[in-house]
Design a protein around this ligand. Structure first.
Ligand code: URP
Ligand code: ZN
Ligand code: ZN
Length: 466
């Protein structure tokens, strides 16, 4: 007698699609069974016509964060929105301007306290490093031992004291190589971004339509190449966050072809939106760094995903209050940066990727779930439907449609870049460790169900690309 049986669905593994039933016992997957095998279960879900995929892993979110403005999502509301979008694990950051500068482990514990008792799905953290002092370098070991082996560094944002120089990037990478950790780097050239920004502002070119010129494509590409060079010199693994420029894909591709453990992340907004958004009256809502770019960049990113050169798609969700965004209407530098995508990540990948034949569904599963699990030390507990894995399972109805609007989503902000879009193919049921937490539009989960996930990265991931 199983606790739960998901019958008649199309089970998507990272490699193939199988007609199979999925048996769940307690919090774990008991196994894949032949369709209609005569077994008993306390609860049966008929998934005929639906894809049965591993719960999404969003490796880049910012909930309850103060950073040039306050993100509206608490860990409760953010994880509820994530669950509606088919995500069952999030990785947030110790990014809170109030905790920067203190001991790294304190910052991790403070973030964990914020999430405990609130998150409805499982959660983990990346630790932000914003200085290269000896104390910080020593603390890395403690943080890795605590179960946080991934560290984010910013090559920009001097104005909020996040910027680190090349020496720190290099030093931290070397140290992480020896500790079994990985550096995740935000790559933009600070000097040129700061120069271009100041020049535009001085010329009175302050409205959001000028924003992309403050961070031209080459500032991203130059920095990615530099950071990949530093990683090679340090013989370290690196994860490049939120890639927006098509040319950056070529850099990542080349490094991977050399057999180096280099992983590239992009986001739904960089795949489907362009800088034309900045010409809209609400263009300030789409200020994010790097900025939205061109259709050619969109296409290169899709090719990067399909070709296997980009590894993951994360939301980089920072659902900033519209008031904090609107400050950018008159001067783009005053808009709190970020985009709202935690709920739309998987629906957009399905609708714009799978339905439009840019990605097979197996690839959606890889970039939205399996790869983030592998890179960040959650696999095979997460990221796959297999015996022994956590029963984090999502049912996607390929015929379900959603007209996107703030009212049809569960985000805490009153704007969405996709407002009015018709998304085809929606997660309809989300199961977290064996418990149905979303079903047909109803939230059935509980704050506090989500658990902190201590992680350790598979050494193979740190030695050669997976
Ligand atoms: O503009 C962005 N991406 N805001 C969120 C913070 C970051 O850089 O990840
Ligand atoms: Zn960033
Ligand atoms: Zn971010």
């Amino acid at each position: 007698m199983f606790d739960l049986l998901i019958r008649n669905g199309k089970v998507v593994t990272p490699e193939t699609v199988l007609e199979a039933d999925v048996a769940v016992q307690g919090e774990r997957i008991a196994g894949l069974l032949k369709t209609a095998e005569p077994v008993q279960a306390r609860e049966v879900i008929d998934a005929r016509g639906l894809y049965v995929v591993p719960g999404g892993i969003d490796a880049h979110v910012h909930f309850d964060m103060e950073f040039l403005g306050q993100s509206k999502h608490t860990f409760e509301s953010g994880t509820i929105a994530a669950a509606f979008g088919g995500t069952t694990t999030i990785i947030d950051f110790t990014l809170d301007l109030k905790t920067l500068g203190g001991p790294l482990l304190d910052a991790v514990e403070k973030r964990r306290e914020k999430a405990e008792g609130k998150a409805v799905i499982d959660f983990a953290f990346h630790c932000v490093v914003n200085d290269g002092g000896d104390d910080t370098l020593r603390e890395l070991e403690q943080v890795v031992a605590y179960g946080v082996p991934s560290f984010k560094m910013f090559t920009v944002y001097r104005e909020v004291n996040l910027y680190v120089n090349d020496a720190t990037v290099y030093n931290v990478m070397e140290r992480l190589r020896d500790l079994g950790g990985i550096a995740a780097v935000h790559t933009e050239n600070a000097d040129i971004v700061d120069y271009c920004t100041a020049r535009l502002l001085a010329a009175g070119q302050r409205t959001p339509v000028h924003y992309p010129q403050s961070r031209p494509t080459f500032t991203e590409v130059e920095c990615i190449r530099r950071v990949l060079f530093l990683a090679r010199s340090a013989r370290a693994a690196v994860y490049v966050v939120h890639i927006a420029a098509g040319e950056a894909v070529a850099a990542v591709r080349q490094a991977r072809a050399e057999g180096r453990p280099v992983y590239g992340e992009t986001c739904p907004h960089y795949l489907v939106l362009t800088k034309a958004m900045y010409a809209r009256p609400d263009g300030y809502n789409y200020v994010m760094s790097p900025p939205l770019r061109t259709e050619a960049d969109n296409e290169a990113l899709w090719e990067g995903l399909a070709g296997g050169w980009l590894a993951t798609v994360s939301s980089d969700d920072n659902s900033v209050d519209v008031e904090d965004k609107r400050a950018g209407a008159e001067s783009f530098d005053r808009a709190s940066p970020g985009c709202v995508d935690v709920e739309t990540r998987i629906p957009l990948l399905f609708s714009e990727g799978v339905v439009k034949r840019r990605l097979p569904i197996t690839r959606l599963v890889q970039v939205a779930s399996t790869n983030p699990a592998r890179i960040f030390g959650l696999y095979p507990r997460k990221g796959v439907i297999a015996a022994g894995s956590d029963a984090d399972i999502v049912l996607i109805d390929p015929t379900a449609r959603l007209r996107v609007s703030p009212q049809t989503l569960h985000m805490k902000v009153q704007y969405s870049p996709y407002e009015g879009w018709d998304v085809v193919g929606m997660p309809v049921t989300t199961i977290s460790r064996g418990k149905v937490i979303v079903n047909k539009g109803a939230f059935l989960g509980t704050p506090g169900h989500g658990r902190f996930l201590p992680r350790a990265i598979d050494p193979a991931v740190l030695q050669a690309p997976v």
